[in-house]
Design a protein around this ligand. Structure first.
Ligand code: AMP
Ligand code: MG
Length: 443
């Protein structure tokens, strides 16, 4: 039987550069005043701080010892050597959090542990290894003067009462949690998480609960849904997985209803030019304003961005292509910065570093290539190699990607040994698997 006439996508593509697409996406970040909520410190990881925070105490509160050893007058040990050791009388013991010790007079020492307040009179701490450790009780012999005037951490070196210590927009990392704890915070003012509805589309997709179909060759696993949910969470958002719908315009429109309360909608698949690529058409029938479709990049060129108009509120919609590498890279380049900025994070861009290509990295005429690479940081500069074949339909290499090597449009390939910019993905992996005999990493 002859099939009905083809129903390919007829829209003219915009083919924006990656830079233009990025700035159009970031320009759409809502400028509504920042809201604030309070969460326990233990739940603040990954959130954006909503307020500037000042110290309400001075830390450390007093000068204290940076070493286990003996608090002394620096003058007393100046000139001490193996040949001419100096002996001092030990007049007390100080531990961090312990009882205070007497004043240290010339010719005296106080045994002191790291973090203990420096006793009055002392200005130096001689480390334990440079002494005889009181081989005669009450008397310490010091045989070098390298610590004269050293190993004292001044009071207020960390922060002073009233100092601005953290600024609104800081992303709460484990290091920021340390500072918040040092500020005595039990609760932290943070920006609300953005809710991000994720809709995967495709007749062939199967959730893990229907993996028997995959084994029987009757479907492919929905890897993008869980991947994007994880990526949303890592960007400080709250994923709402709507599951996958078949390639049917009405099914897609129905699912859009479920996304109506989300701050952002991410659709995956059905984004290109085929007959089943009906996501944009479904969106249009629900009141969609397309900003742009198609970017000069690989993977991910069928990416689209626009807004669904919902009761006066424009809901940003990111249309990601379904190939796993395309979905991964377009999330990374466009959705992640949007979520971070809209979620009040000051730092939006990843770090990029210059690395040496450990193998030939392909370029593409008129497209910027984002090659998934693993990074060997034991060389200087670091060396990058592809995570395996770069076909966008493959999922396994994503687990080993430390970075995305950027081969800008118009640059041609990067030859082995040449320098390339690499966007650091901030995910640490176990490194590449042992290659299979055919060069493809084995499972
Ligand atoms: P599409 O963008 O719908 O044309 O899909 C492109 C390719 O990606 C097809 O091979 C799909 O089977 C695959 N694909 C689409 N969505 C997903 C998904 N959620 N998880 C894994 N692969 C997908
Ligand atoms: Mg599809």
């Amino acid at each position: 039987m002859t099939p009905a006439a083809p129903d390919f996508e007829a829209r003219v593509a915009d083919w924006l550069s990656v830079e233009e697409a990025t700035s159009r996406v970031l320009a759409a970040v809502p400028t509504t005043p920042a809201k604030c909520e309070r969460v326990p410190l233990s739940e603040a990881l990954g959130r954006a701080l909503a307020e500037d925070l000042r110290a309400s105490a001075t830390l450390p509160p007093w000068p204290n010892s940076a070493m286990d050893g003996y608090a002394v007058h620096g003058n007393d040990v100046t000139g001490a050597s193996q040949e001419r050791p100096v002996a001092l009388r030990v007049v007390g013991l100080l531990r961090a959090g312990g009882a205070p010790a007497p004043r240290v007079e010339a010719g005296e020492a106080v045994r002191i542990m790291t973090g203990a307040p420096l006793p009055d009179g002392a200005d130096s701490v001689v480390r334990r290894e440079d002494t005889d450790e009181e081989s005669e009780p009450g008397r310490v012999v010091i045989h070098t003067d390298r610590d004269a005037g050293r190993n004292v951490r001044p009071g207020g070196q960390d922060m002073r009462d009233g100092d601005l210590v953290l600024e609104a927009g800081a992303t709460i990392t484990p290091g920021v949690v340390a500072v918040l704890a040092a500020l005595g915070r039990v609760e932290v003012p943070v920006r609300p998480r953005l809710s991000v509805a994720i809709l995967t589309t495709g007749d062939e997709l199967r959730p893990a609960t229907r993996y028997d179909d995959v084994r029987a060759g009757a479907g492919i696993p929905d890897s993008n849904g869980p991947m994007l949910a994880a990526a949303v969470r890592a960007a400080g958002g709250r994923p709402v997985l709507l599951g996958s719908v078949p390639d049917d315009r009405y099914a897609v429109v129905g699912a859009l209803e479920q996304a109506k309360d989300a701050d952002v909608l991410v659709t995956v698949g059905g984004a290109s030019m085929g007959e089943a690529d009906l996501v944009k058409r479904a969106l249009e029938s629900a009141g969609f304003d397309l900003d742009f479709w198609r970017v000069r990049m690989r993977p991910g060129s069928p990416f689209s961005f626009g807004h669904l108009h919902r009761e006066g509120r424009p809901e940003p919609v990111f249309g990601l292509p379904g190939n796993p590498a395309s979905a991964f890279v377009t999330f990374e380049l466009f959705v992640r910065p949007f979520l971070l900025r809209a979620g009040g994070h000051r730092r939006v861009a990843r770090h990029a570093i210059a690395c040496r290509a450990g193998e030939h990295l392909k370029g593409a005429e008129g497209l910027t290539l984002f090659t998934r690479v693993s990074i060997d940081a034991s060389t200087s500069p670091p060396t990058v190699r592809t995570t395996g074949p770069q076909t966008s339909g493959l999922v396994s290499g994503l687990a080993h990607a430390d970075g995305l090597a950027v081969i800008p449009e118009g640059h041609g390939a990067a030859q082995e040994g040449s320098m390339v910019d690499v966007i650091l993905l901030g995910q640490s992996t176990a490194g590449p698997l042992t290659p299979r005999h055919d060069g493809v990493p084995s499972a």
